[in-house]
Design a protein around this ligand. Structure first.
Ligand code: GMT
Length: 375
């Protein structure tokens, strides 16, 4: 199939999933066209089967806001015509599903029908999409999609609760390539980050309010009072500076390393002992899954889709949002002795195998085939 993938090209989970999906589909013989405003961060290799088309939005001083949706829908029309793309798979409803629908209508005028598969990722529904300023357009574009998927059962239920949805939503969980996270580093440079007796705790996110970053610092503060440890903070966002200040105020800034965005997530996870994800809301928690695939147990909140990913008492522990005390206690329980830690590491890896791309990607292929045959 010739598939157009529309996504955000940034470090966010939706862009990562879209990119990994496109790359795997290309390996399975499909021709993939990424259509977005920048080359996706995990799209390192372009090949015969993988193309990237940049959406340009010319600046015009009259516009207070430059019309990205317009540029995207025009680009979609042109790319579908030029490359004979058969189906558009848009990741994150805003504004991608809306722009794809406009492209579909424009192409219809020319006698071309292009089906749209929309994947809902989380904040496009729970935080942004349900805002009254966006809600009618988001509901409309979901209902106009030819197939809709969500990355967890929890997100599906949120979508049905928040919007008047008239189409079926199929749950296709996020995935990872478990082989990519095999410990094949001869030296992941653990000693550069911590001394031999120190545990390494890691958090990876976009450092937005929804990630509860101060809780990460507070949980770590409690851990290091009991167990020698270092905290690796990976990512960029508005909560980074306040987190640095909080670490300073708690007198632990020498134990907390802020990396910024990194393309070396697998190396960082290779030397990590425990992953923290205390988010306020999380439709799936791809970062937690990547940690588990690298044999790292997860301490998370029990919000949204996290209970579908992190198995309580097995791959880690889940606590109520904001319950720093419980999360700290559970973290210490895992890290306290090497036997327990090793068992949780084995379990985390086992849990991640349920989400291997070899099992999940065929679910998308099946949806594409069905959508193409029905339209
Ligand atoms: O977590 C974010 O703020 C980024 C956002 C995104 O669009 O990349 O993540 C959402 O999609 C990811 C991939 O499906 C999920 O793993 C995240 O749980 C989800 N984030 C939230 O629901 C807050």
């Amino acid at each position: 199939m010739k598939i157009g993938i529309v996504c955000y090209p940034t470090f966010g989970g939706s862009g990562v999933v879209a990119t990994e999906l496109g790359l795997e589909l290309s390996k399975r013989g499909h021709e993939i066209h990424f259509i977005t405003y920048k080359q996706p961060v995990r799209l390192e290799l372009l090949s015969n089967n993988v193309h990237f088309h940049e959406v340009n939005v010319p600046e015009y001083p009259l516009f207070h806001y430059q019309p990205y949706e317009l540029a995207l829908s025009s680009k979609l029309v042109n790319m579908v015509k030029q490359y004979g793309i058969e189906l558009l798979h848009v990741h994150y409803a805003i504004p991608h599903a809306y722009a794809a629908y406009m492209a579909q209508q424009m192409l219809k005028e020319e006698g071309i029908f292009i089906p749209i598969v929309t994947t809902l990722h989380g904040t496009d529904i729970t935080l942004v999409g349900s805002h009254p300023f966006y809600k009618p357009a988001v509901a409309f574009s979901i209902n106009k999609s030819n197939a809709v998927t969500s990355v967890s059962e929890s997100l599906k239920q949120d979508t049905l609760r928040l919007f008047d949805i008239k189409v079926d939503i199929e749950v296709v969980p996020n995935f990872i390539d478990v082989e990519k996270f095999q410990p094949n580093f001869t030296d992941c440079q653990r000693t550069a980050m911590a001394t031999e007796n120190e545990m390494i705790v890691t958090h990876i996110s976009n450092f937005r309010e929804v990630k509860n970053i101060p809780d990460v610092i507070r949980i770590f503060n409690n851990i290091q009072k009991e167990i020698p440890a270092k905290l690796m903070m990976v990512g960029e966002g508005p909560e980074r500076e306040p987190a640095q200040e909080l670490a300073q105020n708690l007198g632990i800034s020498d134990k907390v390393v802020f990396f910024g965005n990194s393309n070396e997530i697998d190396r960082i996870l290779c030397f990590t002992d425990l992953f923290l994800l205390p988010s306020q809301t999380e439709s799936f928690g791809l970062a937690a899954l990547e940690a588990m695939a690298a044999s790292v147990p997860v301490i998370s909140s029990n919000t949204g889709g996290l209970p579908e990913v992190n198995a309580n008492g097995f791959s880690g522990y889940l606590s109520d949002v904001g319950n720093v005390g419980d999360m700290s206690k559970n973290a210490i329980k895992i890290l306290r002795d090497s036997e327990t830690l090793n068992q949780f590491k084995i379990n985390a890896k086992k849990q991640s195998l349920k989400f291997d791309l070899r099992a999940i990607v065929p679910m998308y292929e099946e949806i594409y085939e069905r959508t193409l045959s029905e339209c």
